[in-house]
Write a protein that binds this ligand. Structure first.
Ligand code: PMV
Length: 321
């Protein structure tokens, strides 16, 4: 076992959105993802207590299995550390909270153990933790959360950072229905296994939209990006991973000034992302009036390793939007 230091270390990692290409990415197509300016922060102390404190409610608690695996990967004894989690990133809605938690935890533990923590190493270890949360993830979440910014990702093939000619202004709205990425991914897998000929052309069509979207982003052509996001949502409906509630939210966004809107992440509930070059506050209010939580978000860069003892956040007691 590695001896940890006796101080306090912290690390913060951002949440993420999938701009286009979720689900198809599991089947080897390209997806575009971006980290967002909402974070999960992990603080590790070596006070020799095995307890975990969670400051943002059960959804952000570090599951014991994940903590044990992360400690094992770092060579630390989990009983010798205390892990505290804080976040302003809503959990369980497809915004990458498990990946953010995994990346921040791996970075903090490596720092605590005085080990190197290159992005490649952090990303690979976080993928191991993601498997505990999600079963068979494509790896897009831990990759974008580790490296930050906007990326094009193809499973076991490439990760390319994409430059944006203009900021990509987003509004994110949160559905009320409970959901699980793993369930949505498994459901689609069952349908695909029964009729691959039905689903393969839909994945190809999503791949085509993703490539067009990468060009639109590079050119700063937000209206075209919006059209492509709308088209991606229609294809996600055909994959049967959208829900009545998500479709309602997408319709509200388009009626309230968004140039594009779609579900993001696993679907079956969760969040929608809206591209909104106009008045974002007005769109947020439209969602709020209709009973959904929503907030403006921007693409963020990578997370941070805090100075010893200095947390990124004031400790929050809620992860509300
Ligand atoms: O729901 P999230 O944020 O975990 O996103 C999952 C994205 C999928 O493409 C549906 C699954 C994956 O592993 O890529």
């Amino acid at each position: 076992m590695v001896a940890g230091n006796s101080g306090v270390v912290c690390s913060a990692a951002p949440g993420k959105v999938i701009l286009l290409g979720e689900h198809a990415v599991v089947y080897g197509r390209t997806a575009l993802a971006a980290s967002i300016d909402r974070y999960v922060e992990v603080v590790v102390t070596g006070v020799g207590r095995a307890s975990q404190h969670n400051t943002v409610g059960a959804r952000h608690a570090v599951p014991l299995l994940a903590l044990e695996r992360a400690a094992e990967l770092t060579g630390l004894d989990p009983a010798s550390i205390t892990v505290t989690v804080a976040a302003d990133l809503p959990a369980g809605v497809g915004l990458g909270s498990s990946a953010a938690l995994s990346v921040a935890l791996i970075r903090a533990l490596a720092k605590f153990a005085g080990q190197p923590r290159s992005d490649a190493l952090v990303c690979a270890r976080a993928f191991e933790i993601e498997k505990i949360f999600h079963g068979f993830p494509s790896g897009i979440d831990n990759t974008v959360v580790t490296y930050g910014g906007l990326i094009a990702f193809r499973r076991e093939d490439f990760v390319k950072p994409l430059a944006t000619a203009r900021p990509v202004p987003l509004v994110i709205a949160l559905g009320r229905a409970p959901r699980e990425t793993q369930k949505a991914v498994r459901g689609l897998r069952d349908r695909w296994e029964r009729s691959p000929a039905l689903y393969e052309p839909l994945f190809d069509e999503i791949d085509r939209l993703v490539n067009e979207a990468a060009r639109a982003i590079a050119a700063g052509d937000l209206p075209t990006l919006g059209v492509l996001m709308n088209a991606n949502h229609r294809l996600l409906q055909r994959l049967a991973v959208s829900t009545g509630e998500l479709d309602e939210m997408v319709a509200l966004a388009r009626d309230s000034g968004a140039s594009g809107a779609k579900l993001t992440g696993g679907g079956g509930g969760g969040a929608v992302i809206c591209l909104c070059d106009a008045d974002r506050e007005r769109l947020v209010q439209s969602f709020t009036r209709a009973g959904w939580r929503a907030f403006a978000a921007d693409i963020a860069q990578r997370g941070i390793d805090g100075a010893d003892g200095a947390g990124r956040f004031e400790q929050h007691n809620s992860a509300s939007a």
